[in-house]
Design a protein around this ligand. Structure first.
Ligand SMILES: [Ca+2]
Ligand SMILES: [Ca+2]
Ligand SMILES: [Ca+2]
Ligand SMILES: [Ca+2]
Length: 486
C-alpha cells in the first residue's frame, strides 16, 4: 500500500499541474525510453513488404521492376495498413519502417537517399496516408518508429545539383570526398559514405534546419519514436541537439562491434542498436560457437546509459540474413531453423528491445544487399512454424515484466548451454538455452526469490519444474530454449 501511494504521488502532482495549466502534457504518440524497453519491434522495408496500391508504383518515373532486386518493387503505406493484422498476429507491439522522404533515384527504394526532406515519397503514399498508417497502427495497439537520416542526402553532387531546398546550398555540405579510412573518426564524420553528399553540421544553418525538420516530421506524423541512421558519421554533440528537437525516443545505428565505441553514443541519443551483441549472436547461434561469448559481451553492459533500450536483433537489411549465415545441423546442413529458433529465443528473453526483420517469420535466406531485401508480397503465411514460434515468444514477453526490463543475472554458462534469471516486482523468469545439437540436462543453481517447492512452467512448452534449494533442472532437447515462469 505504501509503495502504491508513492508511485501515484508524482502522477497526481503532474495531473494537478496540468489542470492548472503549468505543465504541457507530452503530445499523443510520443513514448518514453522506459516504455520502449517493454516493446518488441517488427522492422520492414516498406517497398518490399506489401503493395497496397499499384497506381503509385512508377512515381516520379522511377518505375517498379520486381525482376531487378535494386529497383523499386511497389510496396507502400497502404500495403502496410493492409497487413497490420499479420504483424499484430505475431504479437509485436511496434513497427519500424524505412525512411519516408522523397527520393530521386532508380535504386532508392530503401529510402536512405533523401532528395526532399519535407516531402513524402510518392511510391509510398502521401502525408495523409502516412498519418492513416500511424493512426491505424495505434488503434491496433502498435507503436510506430520512423527511420530518419541526418548525416547525408542522396548522391547528387557534383554532377546532379543538390537535394531540394533548403538543402541546396554548397556550404551546407562537407566536400571532402569519400571516407577511405574507417579507422579515422574525423574522416568517418566528415567524408562522404559511398558518394552520398555529407551534410555539414558545423554550419549552424544546416543544423538548425535539420532540427526544424525532425521536429516537423514528428509533430506532423504523430510517430512514437525514431530509428536514426549512420550515427557514427556525425559528431556526437549534434545528436544531443537532434534528440532534443525530435522530442521522442531515438534509437541510433552505430555500425560497430565494439561496445566501448557504441555505448558512448547512448549519452547523446536515447539508445543504440546492439551491433556488438548482433556479432555475438551470429557467432554463437548461427555458427555454433561458445556461449562464453555471451558472458563476455554482457560484461560491457554497464557502459550503456540504459541497457534495457538496446535494440537486439539476429539480422537486418544491412547484413546477411541469419539463415544465410547459419551453418546448419552437422551432417544435414540444410537444417538451419533450429539455430534460428534458438537465436530468436535468446533475443526475446535477454535485456533490450527485440527487433525482428521482416521475412524472418517466413524463413527468408537472402545474403548480400539487395538479396537480403526480398519481397514479402505474396508470402504472408501465418501457418509458418516460425510465425507461430515468434507468436509464442512475444506472448511470453508480454505476459512477464521480468522479461521486458527486469533485472538480469547469469546463472550457468558453458560452451553450449546458457541460463539466466530475470526479476521485476515479484515476477520471475528463468531462461535455459541449449545451443548444442544434442540433449543436455543441467541443474541451474543460485536462483533468487524462488523458495523451495516453487513450481515453474515453461511458457513455450508444456513442461514444469520444481525449485529445490535454489536450483532447478533444465532438461533440454537439442537446440532448445525454455522460458520458465511462475
Ligand atoms: Ca504501390
Ligand atoms: Ca557526416
Ligand atoms: Ca556525391
Ligand atoms: Ca529522446
Amino acid at each position: 500500500m505504501k509503495n502504491l501511494s508513492h508511485r501515484y504521488v508524482p502522477r497526481l502532482i503532474t495531473l494537478c499541474l496540468i489542470a492548472l495549466g503549468l505543465v504541457i502534457p507530452p503530445p499523443a504518440g510520443t513514448l518514453d525510453a522506459n516504455s520502449w524497453s517493454q516493446q518488441s519491434i517488427y522492422f520492414l522495408l516498406t517497398d518490399r513488404f506489401s503493395n497496397g496500391n499499384t497506381a503509385n508504383d512508377n512515381y516520379g518515373g522511377f518505375n517498379a521492376d520486381r525482376n531487378d532486386p535494386r529497383k523499386w518493387h511497389g510496396g507502400d503505406f497502404q500495403g502496410v495498413i493492409n497487413k497490420l493484422d499479420y504483424i499484430k498476429g505475431m504479437g509485436f507491439t511496434a513497427i519500424w519502417i524505412t525512411p519516408v522522404q522523397i527520393q530521386r533515384h532508380v535504386n532508392a527504394y530503401h529510402g536512405y537517399w533523401t532528395y526532399d526532406f519535407y516531402g513524402i515519397d510518392g511510391h509510398l503514399g502521401d502525408i495523409s496516408k502516412l498519418r492513416e498508417l500511424i493512426n491505424m497502427a495505434h488503434a491496433k495497439g502498435l507503436y510506430v518508429m520512423l527511420d530518419v537520416v541526418a548525416n547525408h542526402t542522396g548522391d547528387f553532387q557534383p554532377f546532379n545539383g543538390f537535394a531540394a531546398s533548403p538543402f541546396d546550398r554548397f556550404d551546407w555540405y562537407h566536400h571532402n570526398g569519400d571516407v577511405q579510412n574507417y579507422n579515422d573518426q574525423w574522416r568517418v564524420e566528415n567524408g562522404d559514405v559511398a558518394g552520398l553528399d555529407d551534410l555539414n553540421q558545423e554550419n549552424p544553418a544546416t543544423t538548425g534546419e535539420l532540427k526544424n525538420w525532425i521536429s516537423w516530421l514528428r509533430t506532423q506524423t504523430g510517430v512514437d519514436g525514431l530509428r536514426v541512421d549512420t550515427v557514427k558519421h556525425v559528431p556526437k554533440w549534434f545528436w544531443r541537439d537532434f534528440d532534443a528537437a525530435a522530442n521522442t525516443f531515438t534509437l541510433g545505428e552505430v555500425f560497430s562491434g565494439d561496445p566501448v565505441y557504441v555505448a558512448d553514443y547512448t549519452n547523446y541519443l536515447d539508445a543504440t542498436l546492439d551491433f556488438p551483441l548482433y556479432y555475438t549472436i551470429n557467432n554463437v547461434f548461427a555458427k555454433d560457437q561458445s556461449m562464453w561469448q555471451i558472458n563476455n559481451r554482457f560484461q560491457n553492459d554497464w557502459r550503456y546509459r540504459n541497457k534495457f533500450t538496446n535494440g537486439v536483433f539476429v539480422d537486418n537489411h544491412d547484413v546477411h540474413r541469419f539463415l544465410c549465415d547459419a551453418t546448419g545441423r552437422p551432417g544435414a546442413n540444410w537444417d538451419k531453423w533450429p539455430q534460428l529458433k534458438t537465436a530468436l529465443g535468446f533475443t526475446f528473453t535477454i535485456r533490450g528491445i527485440p527487433i525482428v526483420y521482416y521475412g524472418t517469420e517466413q524463413g527468408f535466406t537472402g545474403c548480400n544487399d539487395p538479396f537480403n531485401r526480398e519481397d514479402l508480397f505474396n508470402s504472408f503465411n501465418t501457418a509458418n512454424p516460425l510465425y507461430s514460434y515468434i507468436q509464442q515468444l512475444n506472448a511470453a514477453k508480454r505476459a512477464h515484466p521480468a522479461l521486458q526490463d527486469g533485472w538480469q543475472e547469469e546463472k550457468w554458462v558453458n560452451d553450449s548451454f546458457y541460463a539466466f534469471q530475470r526479476s521485476k516486482s515479484g515476477d520471475e523468469a528463468v531462461v535455459c538455452i541449449n545451443n548444442g545439437w544434442w540433449p543436455q540436462s543441467i541443474n541451474v543453481p543460485n536462483l533468487r526469490n524462488l523458495p523451495n517447492g516453487t513450481v515453474l512452467r515453461n511458457r513455450i512448452g508444456s513442461d514444469s519444474v520444481t525449485v529445490n534449494n535454489g536450483a532447478m533442472p533444465c532438461n533440454m532437447a537439442a537446440k532448445e530454449v525454455k522460458i520458465f515462469t511462475k
